[in-house]
Design a binder for this molecule. Sequence first.
Ligand SMILES: C[S@@+](CC[C@H](N)C(=O)[O-])C[C@H]1O[C@@H](n2cnc3c(N)ncnc32)[C@H](O)[C@@H]1O
Ligand SMILES: O=C(O)C(=O)C[C@]1(C(=O)O)C=C[C@@H](O)C=C1
Length: 247
Amino acid sequence: MSTDPDRLFARPLDQVPDFAFNEDVVRVFPDMIKRSVPGYPTIVENLGVLAARFAQPDTALYDLGASLGAVTQALRRHVRSDGCRVIAVDNSAAMVERCRQYLNAQDSMFQELLPVQVMEADILSLQFEPASVVALNFTLQFVAPGQRLELLTRIRQALLPGGALILSEKLHFADDQEQALLNDLHLDFKRANGYSELEIAQKRSAIEHVMKPDTLETHQSRLRAAGFSKVVPWFQCLNFASLIALP
Ligand SMILES: C[S@@+](CC[C@H](N)C(=O)[O-])C[C@H]1O[C@@H](n2cnc3c(N)ncnc32)[C@H](O)[C@@H]1O
Ligand SMILES: O=C(O)C(=O)C[C@]1(C(=O)O)C=C[C@@H](O)C=C1
């Protein structure tokens, strides 16, 4: 399936609207996320590998904020436990529609993939089934900060012993020098991937009210408050990181 190059912010906009996961974003999303998130392809592929260690027979594997289902596809490629089912959830109708098309294409190319259910729903009001793996890949940062602990608590309650939550996020840093350096390096990463100063500045205005990164320390203490017993960072590239949280 072809994907358009991301030029959403290439022309000067009179007013930059708040970022939304709408049809325009869906059209360019694979290109946008690869060129904006350092380490994204490595995180997605390895998420499948990690999940294979925690997945248990006859349980649900959740991909929360699935977008176009990149993580769902990795779970289906790597997890071999009997009776597992992937549940991909997103509240953007445009994402869900295109996600279903991508997964149908995956079904037609490979045999013996895990069954998958794609739901258009708000993860904040989801009734979780007992799960062995839950992935939140760059989704929690878009949930209102005041609602993050409750969501993580409900995920923790749904997780079976031996399972895991895998949480990937853009990080903020309490130390000003560390924040400035990693932010500058992230902007260099975007420039190296062909984004202009205008695109970088307009994207920044678009996401500043809707995407609120936390520090690693905030993630760790909130995960513990939600009932997780252990938090293990397994990947960081510049200001983007991924954590394994154990029940
Ligand atoms: C940055 S994208 C996630 C990328 C995707 N997980 C991947 O690895 O390719 C964030 C996604 O979360 C979804 N989202 C944000 N808040 C949500 C909510 N409350 N319920 C369901 N989906 C949500 C958005 O629609 C968007 O598709
Ligand atoms: O931090 C930025 O500048 C980003 O563009 C990050 C980010 C993300 O982390 O989700 C924001 C929106 C898009 O979904 C793709 C990338």
